[in-house]
Write a protein that binds this ligand. Structure first.
Ligand code: HEC
Ligand code: HEC
Length: 347
């Protein structure tokens, strides 16, 4: 760089920096500290497609199955095939041919139900996603060994690996070579390539434009408040106001019950052992309604029989279209505790 160019860069930097440093109020100029190595490491968990970032460890199909049944099956189904909470992760529709070619042929058929394992080209993505984001209600709670086991189990469900398979950091690359859709990802289009010509052409639109837009889909009832009230999470300027997803009914009752939940002792152990916490949290909706809202609705002994029956036999339609599965495995004493707490009202 020539010396005048250097001077120009320095001057530009000074112009940018000066107002910033001057704008800091007194006493705030030494705020913060460099992140520690441990803090950086805790965030730096990405696993690249070339497997850089993969922590050492291993897990087999059977270990994976055990963790799956305890922590994943309630939402994704025992065999990853449920479509109730998310699209199926695996169905038995990947062929030997797909594995040989690395391209799931049936993806070109619009009538076929698509699954995660049919689409995902890179094993690292599956590993990374589970490690950082699942289970949905407790992300980042799995150890690397548990994730290796879970991925092995999912691959086994899709007939990509055998029952006695052990996945580890040392055979990920080898296993990648069996990913059914490993050759299905293309980079040669507008989403990835920003040079050349765009991959869309607007001729249809410029001759026959729609003047009004009819929104034909809406958020299903069971997803309404899954991430809190959307309207409160959107900027109050701009074209998207955000949908009001808070349940309209009895907000003050829910608030009062939230306070009461804190006061009344929840049978935490029974709720966790009973597998309720995967779908219910105290306040706010997860998969099912928050316990605060349930307690507000069913305060009073007269509701005990109904609540008990619903827990044992499951059902749908009271809070939305998402069903609650039957929970027959909860033992009697735990059930009694839970029902008593749910119907105990605000005292
Ligand atoms: C409480 C319900 C729930 C539980 C429990 C749960 N998941 Fe999920 N899972 C979801 C939802 C919802 C999504 C979609 C999330 C999104 O797209 O933001 C998802 C997405 C995924 C995906 C990505 C699928 C794709 O195609 O994008 C994988 C893989 C996955 N889950 C694996 C697991 C594993 C493994 C466990 C257990 C350790 C687990 N999940 C537990 C609800 C759950
Ligand atoms: C797989 C997810 C899931 C699990 C696990 C789960 N629930 Fe639910 N629960 C739901 C859903 C969804 C609803 C809403 C059902 C409806 O609208 O009728 C619900 C509703 C309820 C209700 C209100 C019923 C009504 O008719 O108003 C109670 C009480 C309840 N759950 C208790 C429990 C208890 C106790 C457990 C553990 C033993 C549990 N749930 C486990 C998803 C779940």
């Amino acid at each position: 760089m020539s010396s005048w160019a250097k001077a120009l860069v320095l001057w530009l930097c000074a112009m940018v920096m000066t107002p910033w440093t001057l704008a800091l109020p007194e006493g705030l100029d030494d705020l913060g500290r460099p992140a520690t190595e441990g803090e950086v490491a805790a965030w730096d968990i990405d696993v690249r497609p070339d497997f850089v970032g993969l922590p050492p460890g291993s897990g087999d199909v059977w270990a994976g199955e055990e963790i799956w049944l305890a922590q994943c099956a309630s939402c994704h189904g025992d065999f990853g095939d449920s479509n109730e909470i998310f699209a199926p992760l695996v169905l038995g529709n990947i062929t030997e041919d797909d594995i040989a070619t690395g391209r799931v042929a049936s993806l070109t058929d619009p009538g076929v139900t698509r699954t995660t394992l049919m689409k995902v080209p890179t094993l690292s993505t599956l590993w990374d996603y589970i490690y950082r984001a699942m289970p949905w209600n407790a992300p980042k709670s799995l150890s690397p060994d548990e994730v290796y086991g879970l991925v092995a189990y999912l691959l086994n469900l899709g007939y990509v690996v055998d029952d006695d398979f052990v996945l580890s950091d040392t055979n990920m690359a080898e296993t990648q070579a069996r990913m059914p859709n490993r050759n299905g990802m293309s980079l040669d289009h507008g989403l990835w390539s920003v040079s050349g010509v765009p991959d869309v052409s607007g001729s249809a639109c410029t001759t026959d434009c729609n003047v009004s837009v009819n929104v034909a889909s809406s958020l299903p009832a069971y997803a309404m408040n899954a991430h809190g009230n959307l309207a409160e999470q959107v900027r109050d300027w701009g074209p998207y106001p955000g949908l009001w997803t808070e349940p309209a009914a009895e907000p003050e009752q829910v608030a009062a019950a939230s306070a009461a939940v804190e006061a009344a002792v929840a049978p935490e152990a029974a709720l966790t052992a009973g597998g309720c916490s995967g779908c219910h949290q105290m306040a706010g909706q997860l998969v099912g309604p928050g316990f605060a809202a349930i307690r507000a609705k069913y305060a009073g002994q007269e509701h005990a029989a109904y609540v008990r029956d619903k827990i044992v036999n499951g059902g749908a339609g009271v809070w939305g279209s998402m069903p609650m599965p039957p929970m027959p495995a909860v033992d009697d004493e735990a059930l009694q505790q839970i029902v008593a707490w749910l119907t105990s009202g605000e005292e």
